[in-house]
Design a protein around this ligand. Structure first.
Ligand SMILES: Nc1ncnc2c1ncn2[C@@H]1O[C@H](COP(=O)(O)OP(=O)(O)OP(=O)(O)O)[C@@H](O)[C@H]1O
Length: 655
């Protein structure tokens, strides 16, 4: 955008801002809004104290040195003017001059000492607040339910975690520090002014209120603009994050130009808002500086008048002018920093909201959880189901019809279940509900007789393990990946890396060998437990990654193994290897539930039960060979589409 257009855009924005402000006043909303603003500020103060851990141990010394520093700084001009008077009037004695210079030296040195201490303490306070807020926000985000991540893009959340949190620390270490310092200086300076001449001081404060009014308007405008800037930045970061995470697809479809244009569009919105901020700052600076100059000139004139009338001696008038400048500078700085605090309030409110957000899916309260765990720990009674769905209905916010509707099913020890159905029938939703990524809107899902909502996430993760279609691996060693979430033996204090016992490492090697990934010396792939498998497990092939994921599931000795299309992304050779490792794995677990489109795997894995889903309902439930006989059934139809027929038909065909 050219500069004249940028100015035009700003002028247009200002006209709109003032007309909205006028309307708000007419509607009598301004007062309510102001009250709301103070409430918000107060709430932010509480948030900073509690969530950012800005505690009295750091607040008290910071403000003590701030007050002492401001007091000393406000005494300096009186000694300074005394020195000037001594130097300019030749009648003063040497001792009077030395006394004034000594006073100036002492107050200036103390002011510098307290200012330094204040600066360091506010800086430390700001850094600690950043640290606390960032850690709490990260933890709170990780605890949110799956649906939260459906609605909030990763880039948006990263922007909150980085740039918004930075603003909070900056406010404490700099803006709050400056505002309070200047306020204190303003108060001490005002006392001096009133002491010298109450009448002239009244005139001075009339002028200052005008400057303060201007600053208040600028503060309000800044806050509105800052909220918009933060939102536009969060959107731009979300676009960038998506473009990085989809980089391969973008390259494959030659979408770099398109993605770059999207990012530029999002950045452009942010830039427009920033330019508005810049023009608003410039206009405010011009108006308030001009007003101050007019005020100073008017005061000089008033002082001249008072002096001519013999009201005040020349020395006092000089000191009065020094303090007028001092007070004016402080009030100006308060206005500037107040606007910045308002900006930060806008930016930080969403951060605190996110920290305080209660996840819709969370662990039960301690007493409920305990009882659930006790019962789970008792083990499974033979004829009771391990997993049971009763009248389960699942609704997604973005969907009009339920994804799962009135699901009633019990899964027992020894069951090897395949969930099949056409695309969108609800198979993955059933699996996700078993892991409690989503809660049913009606009905209940029980694990060993306990409602999943009454079992902690830690307990569920011990009982249920999952192997995803494309398992994600962390950029760490193979052993760390397999033992992820399993209790670590110790952590090396210096490097922070986990140190495992021989027993645990042997168990890992055993699970890996069972899943067909040997780490024995001289193995074909040259794998060891210490091999770093790179970001997303990139140094392993799809099949090897899948086998590592099976080992990761097995190390927990779960009761239930959930598989989400475990061979969908594999070639036939890798599929055979994964099927072989799953066969072995299933000997170690009580029951297995697998989502699959490929019906061939049902025979290779000796699946003994198939649940067929259609539009969120279970329409068939039985042994796969029995279902194949019902030629009009959905399962038989799906099997026919894949060239699979019932065993009896195959025998007949051979005869
Ligand atoms: N997070 C979500 N938000 C909104 N709707 C969703 C979400 N996940 C799934 N759905 C919708 O719920 C329905 C069931 O989806 P689900 O993924 O469970 O089906 P599926 O049988 O596993 O499909 P596929 O075989 O294609 O993976 C679909 O209509 C889908 O669009």
């Amino acid at each position: 955008m050219s500069l004249p257009r940028s100015v035009g855009f700003f002028a247009n924005y200002i006209v709109k801002y003032f007309s909205k402000r006028k309307m708000r006043r007419k509607d009598g909303m301004a007062k309510g809004k102001k009250r709301a603003m103070w409430r918000k500020l107060n709430e932010q103060r509480r948030n900073v104290m509690t969530l950012a851990g800005y505690t009295s141990s750091i607040v008290f010394p910071s403000f003590l040195f701030l007050l002492l520093g401001a007091l000393m700084t406000s005494i300096v001009p009186s000694y300074y003017s005394k020195c000037i008077q001594c130097v300019s009037t030749l009648t003063t004695s040497r001792s009077q001059l030395l006394e004034a210079m000594f006073g100036l030296g002492i107050t200036s040195t103390l002011a510098a000492l307290f200012t330094g201490l204040r600066g360091s303490l506010f800086w430390i306070g700001g850094s600690r607040a950043n640290y606390n807020v960032r850690v709490k926000l990260h933890r709170s985000l990780l605890l949110q339910e799956a649906a939260f991540f459906d609605m909030n893009e990763t880039g948006y959340l990263l922007s909150r975690l980085n740039s918004d949190v930075n603003k909070i620390g900056q406010v404490i270490s700099y803006h709050v520090n400056v505002v309070f310092r200047q306020l204190a200086q303003f108060m001490f300076g005002s006392i001096y002014l009133f002491k010298i001449s109450p009448k002239l001081s009244m005139w001075t404060f009339c002028g200052i209120s005008l400057v303060a009014w201007l600053s208040a308007i600028y503060g309000d405008l800044s806050r509105l603009l800052a909220e918009k800037v933060q939102d536009t930045f969060a959107d731009a970061t979300a676009v960038a994050e998506t473009s990085f995470s989809m980089s391969e697809t973008i390259r494959a479809f030659d979408g770099a130009t398109l993605e770059s244009a999207k990012f530029e569009g999002a950045q452009n919105k942010a830039l427009q808002m920033e330019e508005l901020q810049a023009w608003a700052y410039g206009s405010h600076k011009f108006l308030s500086d001009t007003l101050q100059t007019i005020l100073q000139v008017a005061l000089l004139f008033a002082c001249w008048n008072v002096g001519r009338a013999g009201g005040l001696p020349a020395g006092k008038l000089t000191t009065f002018m020094f303090y007028t400048n001092f007070v004016l500078e402080s009030s100006n700085e308060v206005g500037d920093q107040w606007a910045k605090i308002q900006q930060a309030v806008g930016a930080s409110s969403s951060v605190f909201d996110l920290i305080k957000r209660f996840p819709a899916i969370r662990d039960p309260k301690a007493n409920e959880g305990d009882s659930a765990q006790r019962k789970l720990g008792n083990g499974i009674i033979n004829d009771s189901p391990i997993l049971s769905f009763s009248k389960v209905r699942v609704d997604y916010e973005a969907m009009e019809r339920p994804a799962l509707d009135n699901i009633n099913v019990d899964i027992f020890s020894g069951d090897r279940v395949a969930l099949v159905g056409r695309s969108g029938s609800g198979k993955s939703s059933m699996l996700r509900c078993m892991m409690r990524f989503y809660d049913p809107s009606h009905g209940a899902i029980k694990l060993c007789g306990q409602d999943l909502r009454r079992i902690t996430r830690a307990e569920t993760a011990k009982q249920i393990a999952v192997v995803a279609q494309e398992p994600h691996m962390f950029p760490t060693t193979l052993a760390e990946n397999i033992l992820y979430g399993v209790e670590k033996d110790t952590r090396n204090a210096a490097s922070g890396t986990p140190e495992y016992s021989r027993k645990l490492l042997d168990a890992v090697a055993d699970c890996l060998s069972l899943s067909g990934l040997s780490v024995e010396p001289g193995n074909e792939l040259g794998l060891t437990l210490e091999t770093r498998i790179g970001e997303g497990g990139r140094s392993l092939s799809g099949g090897q990654c899948q086998r590592a994921a099976i080992a990761r599931a097995l190390i927990r000795s779960p009761d239930v193994l959930l598989l989400d299309e475990p061979t969908a992304a594999l070639d036939s050779e890798s599929e055979k290897l994964v099927v072989a490792s799953l066969q072995k794995a299933m000997q170690r677990i009580k029951c297995m539930v697998m989502v699959t489109h490929r019906l061939g795997i049902i025979r290779s894995l000796d699946i003994n039960r198939v649940l067929v889903l259609d539009k969120g309902k279970i329409v068939e439930d039985g042994h796969p060979e029995d279902l194949l006989i019902h030629e009009n059934g959905l399962y038989a139809a799906l099997a026919r589409e894949q060239g699979i027929t019932s065993r009896s038909n195959e025998t007949l065909a051979r005869l």
